[in-house]
Design a protein around this ligand. Sequence first.
Ligand code: 13P
Length: 249
Amino acid sequence: MRKKIVAGNWKMNKNLQDGIELAKQVNQQVLGNNVTVILCTPFIHLSEVSKVISKDSLFLGAENCASEASGAYTGEVSAEMIKSTGATHVIIGHSERRAYYNEDNKTLNKKVKLALENELTPIFCCGEVLAERESGKHISVVKQQIEEGIFDLSPEQFSKVVIAYEPVWAIGTGVVASPEQAQEMHKVIRHLITEKYGKDAAGNTSILYGGSCKPSNAKELFDKPDVDGGLIGGASLNADDFMGIVNAF
Ligand code: 13P
């Protein structure tokens, strides 16, 4: 059966010292929990955070990776480098990367494949902006992101991918999707996977919700049958809030 996952996305927050402190706090509280808990941190934090977490209960991820394997790409960080820090996961295609750094589905597809080649679990993000939802295009937008981003993977590769549905209008706004809105889209995504890779693959794929998820609203979201956890921004910057979400399961 698919995993329950709560992943924190620190985005561009916390200097190195504060990040290590936060990771230590989460690490202390997370022991013994049956949810897969992941901290996705800025690149420079990875190797230090890796040293202070217990790898059997708390996992480490990056927030992005380069779309090329290695070479003359000043300022980029490769999937192989991420792997060498002890990280196991990488967020790919976050809406902030799509919007501010022009990352399109073709580029993201390359990143997903490089992550997989380096034995990192891609957390592939999708989600519509408000205008797309209001004009009734939200499902076709997400469908296209998924089809172009990850549907040319082999079944074996696809089985290693985690999907995060993050409606852009809910990210950092305090406007969380209703449990029904989340469930509707997660069900659509699982149906797409069934059509492409079959029922077993669909049943085994973890689909996370992201966007203004907090301890106070996590339970009703996670109670929905196709919501397998969360990708958490703001509330992951405080250990108690983050663990409040983990413990909502
Ligand atoms: P918030 O939880 O701050 O809305 O951010 C969600 C997100 O973008 C996680 O990747």
